[in-house]
Design a protein around this ligand. Structure first.
Ligand code: ZN
Ligand code: ZN
Length: 558
């Protein structure tokens, strides 16, 4: 999708959400008209964003500019996120049905409490919707057609969404007495960055009873059945469709192994169907292999040198340092004190705040005069804080690869995160050279979100990532796994290359609020998928080792 189309759709969606939320009509119209203006606007939108001339376009006021800039940089916008929170989540999907519109959706919500596509479909089919004023039989038919189309096209979801949904389902299933054990399997257990279907597995004591109880909780279809298990396709009202493998305690791990996959992995390892085993460990013994953790069970595994195949026990327990997060000084939602409280509570031993730099004007980046202000805030807070706070910055990489502060200013910080937030459309050669130059800057400690991809919404920029990794390794710069579930960038496939080159790795959720801190778990999951060991991660350094690291090239004022 082109950037123009992405932004137009965003503004339209926001207008719909605002209208549903009952916001001011003028504001709703401003967003609707803004979308139309951008749709027809001549010239290159990205250029207009980068040279800020978008603000001169008639009808694109301050509020819209803010959304456009934020979206361009992060793939989302604060105001949008807030709207999403205000409107029930099922309604977002209902609003996407063509030809319905916010007014009608609101009416259906009020009259029939329709707050999800599933419910809408059900009430269309049983004739309730056509009884509502303004809905004819014909319009109901159209809605049903649209629902069919949407269901077909919506393929993947973010890992975080799948994890959240499966947690809800597991909670419900755990209440069933005859279910002994239930957990995720399939793509979620293998930690794919995007998920095509939620798959769970449970072992049951008594088949008939369990199925009866499950069918009370969910609509269901049996889709496959053999001697050792049955597979059901089920529908949860608040978590959507999912697959459930139902098996006996004796066959549990066998079915768990099979359903975890991947198919390619098991085929290459050896088909478990013909082997006699009752636990996963037994299976790997049987096929004369070391145990392979579920996350690593991909075709990829067989191409790895032995050193990289080693399994990892990496978990949040190994983490000491929390880096690269934002506060209200730039575009975060919480103050530094609030962030540090939560970071300390989570168990980290030291923290490095890295707000946006001055080029990120849309994110209220720190101009030179505000750096000293933050420095003062930090030293005051350090007097009372449970953990030590270091002062870093996320400094924008400019077009020519230089950072957006002079060396004098960079020297004021303890830590420099560099990243690309603009001019995404350079050639691969230009982009690679630009990033490598930033990595070679002696002040640079971390290269953040190295490809700029946004999962399910935007591909990364064109860049030779291997050359970038080589440069990070050569310059002793840590490459980031950005743990924000929309990013998970660096991709796990490239992490193997980074490990091969002994490049230091860092995992950061790029938290913009206290809620975002726990997203670090998604980064850890991805790191495990690439077999990353604690000693390969900068965040696992003790504070002493960390201080040594930040002084490896330039003397920092500590
Ligand atoms: Zn960033
Ligand atoms: Zn950031």
């Amino acid at each position: 999708m082109s950037l123009r189309k992405e932004i137009v759709l965003l503004l339209e969606e926001m207008a719909e959400l605002m209208e549903f939320d009952g916001q001011n009509r003028f504001k709703v119209n401003a967003f609707k008209n803004g979308a139309n203006t951008l749709r027809r606007l001549e010239g290159d939108i990205e250029e207009k964003i980068n040279d800020k001339s978008i603000k001169d376009v008639k009808g694109i006021g301050k509020g819209l500019q803010q959304v456009i800039y934020e979206y361009y940089e992060t793939g989302s916008a604060k105001e949008y996120e807030e709207l999403l929170k205000k409107v029930p989540s099922g309604i977002h999907d209902v609003l996407k049905i063509r030809g319905l519109g916010a007014k009608k959706v609101k009416l259906l919500y009020k009259e029939l409490e329709i707050d999800s596509i599933e419910k809408l479909e059900q009430l269309c089919k049983n004739g309730k919707v056509s009884e509502v004023k303004g809905f004819s039989e014909k319009s109901v038919e159209k809605i049903l057609e649209e629902i069919k189309r949407i269901k077909k096209s919506s393929g993947y979801m973010l890992l975080s969404i799948a994890v959240e949904r499966s947690k809800k389902i597991i909670e419900q299933l755990s209440n069933i007495k005859s279910i002994e054990k239930v957990e995720v399997t399939g793509e979620i257990r293998r930690v794919r960055e995007i998920i095509s279907k939620i798959e769970l597995i449970c072992s049951i004591k008594e088949e008939k009873m369990s199925i009866e109880e499950i069918s009370k909780l969910f609509n269901y279809n049996e889709i496959e059945s053999n001697t050792s298990y049955k597979v059901y396709k089920l529908m949860s009202e608040d978590a959507g469709e999912f697959i459930l493998y139902v098996t006996s305690p004796d066959n549990y791990e066998k079915v768990l192994l099979q359903s975890t996959g991947s198919e390619e992995f098991l085929q290459k390892m050896r088909d478990p169907d013909n082997s006699d085993f009752s636990t996963e460990t037994e299976y790997f013994n049987l096929v004369k292999s070391d145990f392979v953790i579920p996350e690593m069970r991909e075709e990829h595994y067989f191409e790895l040198p032995k050193r990289l195949r080693e399994q990892t026990d990496l978990s949040s327990e190994h983490f000491n340092g929390f880096f690269h997060f934002h506060t209200t000084a730039s575009d975060g939602n919480n103050t530094l004190a609030e962030m540090i409280d939560e970071v300390a509570r989570t168990g980290f031993k030291y923290a490095v705040v890295c707000d946006h730099s001055k080029s990120a004007f849309y994110a209220n980046g720190l101009r030179e005069d505000r750096i000293a202000e933050q420095q003062k805030e930090i030293s005051e807070l350090n007097k009372i804080s449970k953990i030590k706070i270091y002062h870093g910055i996320e400094s924008d990489i400019l077009r020519d690869g230089s950072l957006d502060y002079s060396d004098d200013i960079l020297a004021e910080f303890h830590f420099i995160v560099t990243s690309i937030h603009s001019l995404f459309n350079l050639t691969e050669e230009e982009m690679t050279a630009r990033i490598i130059k930033a990595v070679e800057n002696p002040y640079t400690d971390i290269l953040a979100h190295p490809t700029g991809r946004l999962l399910l919404s935007r591909d990364g920029y064109q860049v030779n990532i291997k050359k970038v990794i080589d440069a990070c390794a050569a310059n002793n710069v840590a490459i980031e796994i950005n743990a924000n579930p929309h990013r998970l960038d660096l991709d796990w496939r490239n992490l193997f290359y980074a490990r091969e080159k002994e490049c230091l790795i860092t995992i950061n959720p790029d938290a913009h609020s206290t809620d975002g801190i726990s997203d670090i778990e998604y980064g850890i999951m991805i790191a495990r998928k690439a077999g990353v060991q604690p000693k390969e991660i900068l965040n696992c350094y003790t504070e002493e080792e960390f201080v040594k690291y930040i002084n490896r090239k330039v003397k920092r004022k500590i």
